[in-house]
Design a protein around this ligand. Structure first.
Ligand code: PRX
Length: 631
């Protein structure tokens, strides 16, 4: 399964296209199955109905933990670096992690969780988060991890959508110099969540929290009641492993569903190859486990490959902007996998923070989540990799489960800011608006994938039709990614960004409709329209055009803006707060009432001279006002 040369990559790619089933069967065989599968793949993209390793039985934690015990039981599985560099960290060997996962799995069972139940997890980046995730998988419970930056309302929406029975949280979280309440937020969420019968609370900050009798229990107390004996539940390859909510262009976030066998094989295969991980190395993915990157490349991918995964609780700028480099030096990290936003932000602090740290342990650098601009790419290459570490610019999505288009470290020739070539098993195709294939090189279009890979989403939780509509209906017979893409003369792919109404702010995916709904909940707001605009650090910033009536506030525009931000924070979370708000008296609409976002995007970019045709607008005068409007 280990590709070592470009020739091997090309051969593997060819095989994966000529005979995908035998290609993936060969890789899947390297894992531990309780029962072999009967059919490798069954699929159609119409319904869609996608099944990999049909009839196969396994438990992903046996693959991530048990099977490593004999050979590397005493090797570090997880190295935890706390928010405060002076606090002692934690290293969990595979044996220790196995023990703790089994114990916590027994805690879940004791609290009534059975196979198939949904469990929400809302926790800081502590080892217990990974333990909670794996404990769910151990007993066949479906985890739904909610990123710690989301609001009570967002937690409630996700819990209710999946009818979660239990939630795991902590009293509070440390993030930089802030102490953030977690349990309080969960308490607010649970006011509207009738399905939740139990809350398990980990002690982290020991902030005072309310503990409801009969509902809330302490993690540490519960652990005292259980043993470490917890045989893994036998799961079907297509049993759901987890749900992860992600934003789309319309409506509330969708619960992307990943299943067990295909996801495991895909996360592990891509981890092993793209990063060229070698035994004993320390892999540092800076994402939060609340996002897909953390699921696949902090927890499942690395552990399935017997790797050492570094889990960092804090932020890149605390106690100062040298923290990543300090961690790399301290733990002799070999691979750093981070987002362009972090690189651009650290660039801004200057090289003094990099100097003085020994980065010689680094062998591979990774980038994920958003397009990386050439300036950031070169800064990363020159100052962090010292021009000796390949940068793998990995393009993928929550829905794809694992990396899709990416260089393979030290194998694929690199081009700055290009995700480069599809990995084995991935068959990209560019199409025009009408779904017609755009062939050849030196072209651009909408990026689709024409054949299933093992990590593809299977459905959106509780609403299969929404899955079909969103991903498989735009271009019949194809999975539509929502991204625009160019393929250059050499056949290299460069992702140019979303072509739908999804924003990518600091590598976080946010739907414009979601932000608009939140703004519209603010008193006195009549209507709003949200677009993205280029932002030096965040990649994209959020620009909101807002119409208010007289009751919006006390006519102090600044204060009203701050009130609106508070509403958005409360409804979605601080990550969705607009960077700019402009009050307007009208929005540019077509005669049929559709907002012309194209015009708003141009205004947000400050590009007033290229607004295009505005004659089809109901009231073209609106545009003049918006152009001259003050922020
Ligand atoms: O627009 C693409 C962008 O992030 C979107 C997926 O976001 P999410 O599901 O949150 O997953 C992020 C982590 C995998 C994509 O549709 N994106 C992701 N990686 C890249 C990227 N854009 C350009 N280059 C990338 N390497």
């Amino acid at each position: 399964m280990f590709i070592k040369t470009f020739d091997e990559y090309q051969a593997a790619y060819q095989q994966s296209v000529d005979d995908p089933e035998s290609f993936w069967a060969g890789i899947a065989q390297e894992f531990q199955w309780r029962k072999p599968w009967k059919k490798t793949l069954q699929w159609n993209f119409e319904e869609p109905d996608i099944k990999w390793f049909v009839g196969g039985k396994l438990n992903i934690t046996e693959n991530c933990l048990d099977r490593h015990l004999a050979e590397r039981g005493d090797q570090a599985a997880i190295i935890w670096e706390p928010n405060d560099p002076h606090e002692a960290g934690v290293t969990l060997t595979y044996r220790m992690l196995h023990d703790q996962v089994c114990r916590f799995a027994n805690v879940l069972k004791r609290n009534g969780v059975v196979k198939g139940d949904r469990v929400c997890i809302y926790m800081p980046m502590v080892p217990e988060l990974a333990i909670a995730v794996l404990a769910c998988a151990r007993i066949g419970a479906i985890h739904s991890v909610v990123f710690g930056g989301f609001s009570a309302q967002s937690i409630a929406d996700r819990i209710n959508d999946a009818a979660c029975k239990l939630i795991i949280t902590s009293d509070g979280a440390y993030r930089g110099n802030k102490e953030i309440p977690m349990k309080n937020t969960v308490d607010d969420a649970l006011i509207g969540c009738p399905t939740v019968k139990r809350v398990i609370v980990l002690t982290r900050t020991r902030t005072p929290v309310s503990m409801l009798k009969g509902r809330d229990v302490w993690w540490e107390q519960e652990l005292k009641q259980v043993t470490a004996d917890c045989p893994a539940e036998e799961m079907d390859a297509e049993d759901t492993l987890f749900i992860l909510y992600t934003s789309g262009s319309t409506g509330k976030p969708k619960g992307v569903v990943h299943t067990t066998g295909g996801y495991m094989v895909y996360a592990a295969y891509t981890f092993q190859n793209v990063f060229q991980y070698k035994p004993g190395q320390v892999f540092f993915c800076t994402a939060d486990i609340g996002w897909i990157t953390g699921h696949s490349y902090i927890v499942y991918g690395p552990l399935a490959c017997g790797a050492t995964s570094l889990l960092f609780e804090g932020v890149p700028t605390y106690p100062d902007a040298g923290r990543f480099w300090d961690i790399i030096d301290k733990h002799k990290v070999s691979t750093l996998y981070t987002a362009p936003t972090a690189i651009r932000s650290l660039m801004g602090f200057g090289l003094d923070y990099v100097k003085g740290h020994d980065l010689s342990s680094l062998e591979v650098l990774g980038s994920v989540g958003e397009p990386i601009n050439e300036e950031a790419w070169h800064w990363y290459d020159d100052n962090i990799g010292h021009n000796r570490c390949p940068i793998v610019d990995t393009w993928w999505q929550t829905e794809t489960g694992g990396l899709m288009i990416s260089p393979i470290a030290n194998v694929t020739p690199l081009k700055p800011a290009f995700a480069s070539l599809p990995l084995p098993g991935v068959q990209p195709i560019l199409v025009d608006e009408n779904g017609k294939e755009i062939e050849g090189n030196g072209v651009s279009g909408n990026l689709c994938i024409k054949f299933p890979w093992p990590g593809i989403l299977r459905t959106t939780y509780g609403d299969h039709e929404r899955c079909r509509q969103t991903y498989f209906a735009t271009y019949p017979g194809l999975y539509f990614t929502g991204d625009g893409c160019l393929r250059d003369e050499d056949g290299y792919y460069r992702i140019t960004g979303r072509v739908d109404d999804v924003l990518n702010v600091s590598g976080h995916r946010i739907g414009t409709a979601e932000v608009e709904n939140a703004i519209n909940m603010h008193t006195g707001v009549v209507e709003s329209a949200v677009v993205g605009y280029p932002h030096d650090i965040k990649g994209q910033g959020i620009y909101a055009f807002v119409i208010t009536d007289q009751t919006a506030g006390d006519h102090d525009a600044d204060l009203t803006k701050r009130d609106i931000l508070a509403t958005v924070s409360r409804v979605i979370g601080p990550i969705a707060k607009p960077d700019k708000i402009q009050f307007v008296s009208g929005l540019p609409k077509t005669r049929s009432g559709k907002i012309m976002r194209r015009i708003l995007r141009k205004v947000a970019e400050g590009d007033f001279n290229n607004l295009g045709d505005i004659t089809t607008l109901l009231d073209p005068a609106v545009v003049e006002e918006i152009k001259t409007g003050k922020l």
